[in-house]
Design a protein around this ligand. Structure first.
Ligand code: FAD
Ligand code: MLT
Ligand code: ZN
Length: 474
């Protein structure tokens, strides 16, 4: 192993390879996952500065028996996909030094960036050039585009612009053999065989290491309006979504739902954020209207929508942000739910998708089943209703011990919720991925033929299990 460490140091430079043997070493930033569900112990953390260095690192690791690689971006993943196990034989390959914007092609509406580019910096580079890069999520200040591609991240603009997959045109990837796949094209049409780009996207570092990507850009909207609405039920939220699609058409760029308990946690942990309307309603909805004409046009459309919704009873009260700063404030409340929940303590997370039409029945039935099993259980239920994606999270009853709750209930609650998801023809991972956390669940809920094909692909591309072993496929 010492030989490998020396090789890694000669490839990346001594300052970019860390081990536990270094004086004062604290590698927890790379070894502990964001939710503090798993703390591993790595052989080394390596931070290459170029694609050639990534390829050389992979070759050196591949030539060392017993060693494997965990690709890592911002380490904000929520399914234990980006951290090593505790064997001390895994090299964390952190991409954060490879963060350059390589090129912008305004006429082609594309931007080419390295994988370690932080999402917020990518958004800013696009905006500086006069364009929108629409991927947006709460972790955008620290997650990387490589991690977004690795997980096929969703976020809050999917109903208009799609997941990360839909935003990507080309990839540069280092394979498990240390070869460079140069697929950095900006083409919108290319039917020359198997779609390797889409195979890599969402593979969570198990098939290749993404080193750069060419992503789509969009025109900046002329105006953006945000509203916060109290709705009397989940069915009312779904009805409001239908009205919003009808009234705003492609202008509808965000539709988020949040239950009262989720908002009460934000109010409890961040009272300065002043959550509106939450006390008297079981659900709130955050809507965004992006307009290509002007603010007046957007406001007229938005007010028409809310009037109709009030008349039809699917909204009981609403506030429209007066300016950008108020709009940011409303989005900040929504994005703070995850952090408020983390403050509240360990919890059981479910990132599920169900056809939108069936969500009200799913929620009513599953809430009742959980309450029957665990009286007083608290549900932190929120998410991207416009995409049929709920974060259906389960927290111990008030005053309960969160650790003990997880120990005693996690498996049973997962089974109950996932069985319900299966019954309602949904997916047990909508946007966060599988990682290690859900890998053992795939055999129960994934189509067996699909799972067999996934195993065959892994075997073909990474026969020696070098890349992120035991993630996705247990
Ligand atoms: P990491 O966590 O470092 O890695 C994630 C996975 O991708 C791992 O399996 C890793 O091995 C792999 N990987 C990383 N880089 C590469 C690479 N270069 N090549 C190949 N594989 C790679 N997710 C959503 O989808 N929607 C949300 O709305 C959302 N909101 C969030 C809010 C908060 C507060 C937090 C903490 C997380 C949120 N997430 C969300 C989850 C997370 O931010 C995303 O999954 C994000 O895409 C991970 O990016 P990362 O750079 O942190 O990747
Ligand atoms: C979100 O939508 O805020 C995220 O996916 C994070 C979470 O599920 O907590
Ligand atoms: Zn989400």
């Amino acid at each position: 192993m010492n030989k490998l460490i020396a090789q890694l140091r000669s490839i990346c430079g001594v300052p970019h390879v860390y081990t536990h043997e270094d004086a004062g070493a604290d590698l927890s930033a790379w070894e502990l996952d964001w939710r503090k569900r798993s703390r591993g112990r790595s052989l080394a953390v390596v931070r290459p500065g170029s694609t050639a260095e990534v390829a050389a690192v992979v070759k050196a690791c591949a030539a060392t028996p017993g060693v494997s690689i965990v690709p890592q971006g911002g380490n904000t993943g929520l399914v234990v996909g980006s951290v090593p196990d505790d064997s001390g034989t895994q090299v964390v390959l952190s991409m954060t030094r490879m963060n350059a914007v390589r090129a912008i092609d305004p006429a082609n509406l594309t931007i080419t960036v390295e994988a370690g580019c932080v999402l917020q910096n990518l958004q800013a580079a696009a905006e500086q050039a006069g364009f929108l890069f629409p991927l947006s999520l709460g972790a955008e200040g620290s997650c990387t585009i490589g991690g977004n591609l690795g997980t096929n991240a969703g976020g809050t603009q999917v109903l208009r612009y799609g997941n990360t997959r839909e935003l990507c045109l080309g990839l540069e990837v280092v394979t498990a053999q240390g070869e460079v796949l140069n697929g950095l094209t900006g083409l919108r049409k290319d039917n020359t065989g198997y779609d390797l780009r889409n195979l890599m996207i969402g593979s969570e570092g198990t098939l290749g290491i993404i080193t750069a990507a060419t992503m789509k850009l969009y025109p900046l909207p002329a105006a953006q309006l945000t509203a916060w609405a109290a709705v009397p039920s989940m069915q009312a939220a779904v009805d409001l979504l239908g009205l919003a699609h009808q009234t705003l058409g492609p202008g509808l760029t965000g539709f988020e739902v949040m239950n009262q308990f989720a908002l009460s946690l934000v109010d409890k942990h961040y009272p300065q954020l002043r959550v509106p309307l939450w006390q008297d309603t079981p659900w709130c909805v955050l809507l965004e209207n992006s307009d290509s004409e002007n603010e007046q046009h957007a406001r007229t459309q938005f007010e028409a929508l809310l009037e109709r919704a009030l008349e039809q009873g699917c909204v009981s009260d609403a506030v429209v942000a007066e300016n950008l700063s108020q709009a940011h404030g409303l989005w900040h409340i929504r994005e703070s739910i995850t952090l408020a929940q983390a403050e509240e303590g360990l919890n059981i997370k479910h990132d599920i998708s169900i056809p939108v039409s069936r969500i009200p029945a799913f929620v009513a039935e599953t809430d009742a089943l959980l309450q029957r099993e665990i009286p007083g259980v608290r549900l932190v239920d929120f998410g991207h209703l416009g995409d049929g994606n709920l974060h259906y999270n389960v927290q111990a009853p008030e005053g309960g011990d969160n650790k003990a709750f997880l120990r005693d209930w996690e498996d049973k609650v997962n089974t109950l919720v996932f069985d319900q998801v299966h019954k309602f023809e949904g997916s047990i991972s909508a946007e966060h991925g599988v990682g290690e956390l859900k890998a053992h669940k795939l055999p129960t809920y994934k189509d067996p033929t699909a799972l067999a094909m996934m195993r065959a692909i892994k075997q073909a591309l990474d026969p020696h299990q070098l890349l992120n072993p035991r993630k996705v496929l247990a």
